[in-house]
Design a protein around this ligand. Structure first.
Ligand code: ATP
Ligand code: MG
Length: 238
């Protein structure tokens, strides 16, 4: 069996609370309110996965599934340049897919079971994993169906991560007031969506200026405590 590998986030502090970086063979969920850095982290990991192992990468490629239209190639160029990768090469190594609805998102992931092994993909990003499901299955009358579909989707992603020893990173926007979600069984108290799926849950919140604070939720095997990182023009840093 292939061993678990790690991708650096660009922040040593954030890597430390993750036990060295974002792991393969699992799903890592970054959740938090708007502007907490979820999308920036996804961009950074899509660049960093391409780095050689001695620089914190997996010499691999990324699939980026964008559900909200917030992916920016300019950010990839800037982040690539900052870590010493050739920007054009870095962009070629990211397979960008816009998902237009939840069925489309599900079918993109199903197709990855044949695409990934042919293309040295070591990271699959879904930014965000929840937005289409929330929009298409609103209200209490659709909760059971939404939860069932979302859990099946997450289960597929877990299988993909395990089968090909790759990292799956998903984002999930939660509102500033988590009580809004109380009573919604697709999100646990506190807001994450991986309640019924194994994986690593990282809560993000804003601090002063460009500072952000990350905390791992419900992971007895990982170090406790919080990590402070910054979002800069060059990307995620300590
Ligand atoms: P949402 O839930 O709305 O999708 P998010 O958690 O994905 O939010 P991001 O888009 O990752 O949030 O973070 C946005 C923040 O990243 C901006 O507020 C800004 O502080 C920072 N940021 C984005 N681009 C740059 C840049 N080029 N240089 C410096 N900081 C940037
Ligand atoms: Mg975002």
């Amino acid at each position: 069996r292939l061993s678990i590998k790690k991708i650096t986030t660009g922040s040593r502090e954030l890597d430390n609370i993750l036990g060295g970086g974002v792991e393969t063979k699992t799903i890592t969920e970054f959740f938090g309110e708007y502007g907490t850095g979820k999308t920036q982290i996804c961009h950074q990991l899509s660049v960093n996965v391409q780095l050689p192992p001695e620089k914190g990468g997996l010499s691999g490629k990324a699939v980026y599934v964008d559900t909200e239209g917030t992916f920016r190639w300019e950010r990839i160029e800037a982040m690539a340049r900052a870590v010493g990768l050739e920007p054009d090469k870095a962009m070629e190594n990211i397979f960008y897919q816009r998902a237009y609805n939840s069925d489309h998102q599900i079918s993109i992931v199903e197709e990855l079971f044949s695409f990934v092994p042919k293309n040295n993909v070591r990271l699959v990003v879904l930014d965000s994993v929840t937005s289409h499901f929330r929009a298409e299955y609103p209200g209490r009358e659709h909760l059971a169906e939404r939860q069932q579909k979302l859990n099946a989707h997450l289960h597929q992603l877990m299988r993909l991560a395990e089968a090909y020893n790759l990292a799956v990173v998903v984002t999930n926007q939660v509102m500033a007031r988590p009580d809004v979600f109380y009573g919604d069984p697709t999100v646990a108290v506190g807001g994450h969506v991986l309640a019924h799926t194994p994986g690593v849950r990282v809560q993000l919140r804003k601090s002063k200026g460009n500072k952000r604070i990350a905390r791992i939720v419900d992971a007895p095997h990982l170090p406790e405590g919080e990590a402070v990182f910054v979002i800069t023009e060059e990307g995620i840093r300590d």
